[in-house]
Design a protein around this ligand. Sequence first.
Ligand SMILES: [Zn+2]
Length: 86
Amino acid sequence: MLAHTSTKLNLKHLKNKKAMALSDCIQCWDTPCTCGWDYKDWDGKTLSKHIADITQYRTKKEAEFIISWAASYVRNHKNWTDKPKE
Ligand SMILES: [Zn+2]
């Protein structure tokens, strides 16, 4: 009986944890964040490695294309300015 109660408590704890969704981004509410807010304080090297890492299930050629396309996307779209977003 005690074990059963304990299981219930554990499930309740997990549900509460999910409801709180501590990993949701406070800006876009996506998990993982898709707007960049959660990564805004990462240093450039760590963020670059993360971006590269998420292409690692592609071929090397595809990964290089995706990353160069991402660079041109940054260059050509107005979401990015010379000043960091507040
Ligand atoms: Zn976000």
